[in-house]
Design a protein around this ligand. Structure first.
Ligand code: GDP
Ligand code: IMO
Ligand code: MG
Length: 420
């Protein structure tokens, strides 16, 4: 049996905290896509930790964590992260497994990412520049290197061949940054990785399932950044939606049970691209300040706005969401009036659908105003204690989406999650 936790917006919904919270109920926690573009922040022993590559179940003893084949893996980030996790007394050599089929991010992928963004000028994606797009291109283009290749004698020659191919591309893009430091770190990290538990991930996970163990699949990014269903081309390069779980760890669709979609009580986006409910004013500023909306991977300020129910309903549809988890509800404590977007006006026509193309059309959100609760909720622990206006906010969203909010997060702490 596999349950899924994934983001319903443009990422940073608080997936890391939620996976860490639910991990004790599962045997295996598996990342199924994305790479070090992700930044999942958790609090462990009161200390902040940001995970980019390692699943967010790593801090729980006796839980297996698997980096699935759908992930793209940067050995340098992995090594650094393992060192950070070890400083908490975690034995990652025992609990962390990597699929042989996981593709590697090599230094020239990062260089190509940078060169590609530079060449786009004003139309840049706002990539995290971690090499994600180029690494997935090499996967679908059938050129990439995989973790299993590390164990073969021919790895160095395979690496040199791919690197040369990249160099030609970089030369044609007139990109000549010195990346020798990245390469030194990479080669060191490659040696470190050879000592890992490298497994046939698809057999590994199906074997656990057949023994009755429970798997939690952890998504990165969000549904609106999905390469097929997101705001293309301003998306990431993987399938972030629940369908990505099957291809990203090698499980059949009928194994998937709950799809738990995480949404903020409002909305954020980092990087470029359409964001219909963005508030480019003092309210957006206030959301950013109260919500501390700065990227966990790049430190960039996140763009902020009200919740977008049109996009959220679409995300529920493409994911088959069974439960919604609403995070950062406490950030709305600062407001006496809340707005929710219930429709878009696209080129003057009202619609409740996400249009095929969101960049070259004018999208005006149509709002519904609701009362805010305007008081501190961070200390509350039961649904009965929640303010009436908040119940109304939640009911309004449940009715619109046709899926219920089952948990409300009212602070970053492990104890700040209320089951409704
Ligand atoms: P992820 O990428 O989806 O894991 O989310 P990030 O970790 O990038 O961003 C979410 C941020 O919100 C982190 O700094 C969390 O510590 C924080 N956070 C999570 N849940 C809550 C919440 O309910 N309230 C507040 N105030 N912060 C939260
Ligand atoms: P988590 O898992 C928010 C965004 C980037 C950029 C676009 C493409 O922490 O929610 P890429 O580096 O993939 O080429 O960037 O996607 N992006 C994220 N935004 N949270 C993330 O991950 C993101 N990962 C990528 O800002 O707009
Ligand atoms: Mg994040």
């Amino acid at each position: 049996m596999v349950d899924v936790i994934l983001g319903l917006q443009w990422g940073d919904e608080g997936k890391g905290k939620i996976v860490d919270y639910f991990a004790p109920r599962y045997d295996v926690i598996a990342r199924f896509q994305g790479g070090p573009n992700a930044g999942h922040m958790l609090y462990v022993d009161g200390k902040k930790v940001v995970l980019h590559q390692i699943p967010s179940g790593i801090f729980h003893e006796n839980k297996i964590n698997l980096i699935g084949n759908g992930v793209v893996l940067d050995p340098v980030t992995l090594k650094r992260e393992c060192e950070s996790v070890a400083s908490f007394g975690i034995n990652y050599r025992k609990n962390l497994f990597i699929s042989k089929r996981t593709h590697l991010i090599i230094p020239t992928h990062r260089a190509l990412d940078k060169a590609s963004e530079l060449s786009k000028g004003n139309e840049k994606i706002g990539s995290t520049l971690k090499g994600i797009g180029p690494a997935y291109m090499d996967k679908t283009g059938r050129n990439g290197l995989r973790v299993g290749d590390l164990l073969e004698k021919s790895f160095t020659s395979q690496y040199i061949k791919l690197r040369l191919k990249h160099q030609k591309l970089l030369d044609s893009m007139h990109f000549n940054d010195d990346i020798s430091v990245w390469e030194d770190e990479f080669l060191e990290a490659i040696d470190f990785m050879r000592e890992f538990n490298i497994v046939n991930g698809e057999y590994f996970i199906n074997d656990k399932i057949s023994k009755g163990q429970k798997v939690l699949a952890e998504g990165a990014q969000g549904s609106m950044l999905d390469v097929d269903f997101g705001t293309f081309p301003f998306v990431t390069s993987s399938n972030t939606i629940s369908a990505g779980v099957c291809t990203g760890i090698g499980v059949a669709p009928q194994q998937i049970k709950d799809v738990m979609g995480v949404t903020k009580a409002y909305c954020t986006r980092v990087g470029s691209g359409p964001f219909p409910t963005e508030l480019d004013n003092e309210k957006g500023e206030l959301l950013r300040k109260v919500g501390q909306e700065f990227g966990a991977t790049t430190g960039r300020p996140r763009r902020c706005g009200w919740i977008d129910l049109v996009a959220l309903k679409y995300a529920c549809m493409v994911n088959g969401v069974t439960k919604i988890i609403m995070t950062k509800a406490d950030v709305l404590d600062a407001f006496s009036e809340l707005q929710v977007c219930t429709n878009y006006e696209v080129n003057g026509k009202k619609t409740d659908e996400v249009p095929f193309q969101m960049t070259r059309v004018k999208i005006v959100p149509i709002w519904e105003s609701l009362n805010g609760w305007n008081k501190d909720i961070t200390h509350l622990r039961t649904p009965q204690e929640l303010p009436e206006q908040m119940h109304h906010y939640v009911d309004f969203i449940n009715k619109y989406l046709g899926v219920n909010i089952s948990f409300i997060s009212n602070g970053p702490g492990r104890d700040q999650l209320i089951e409704i």
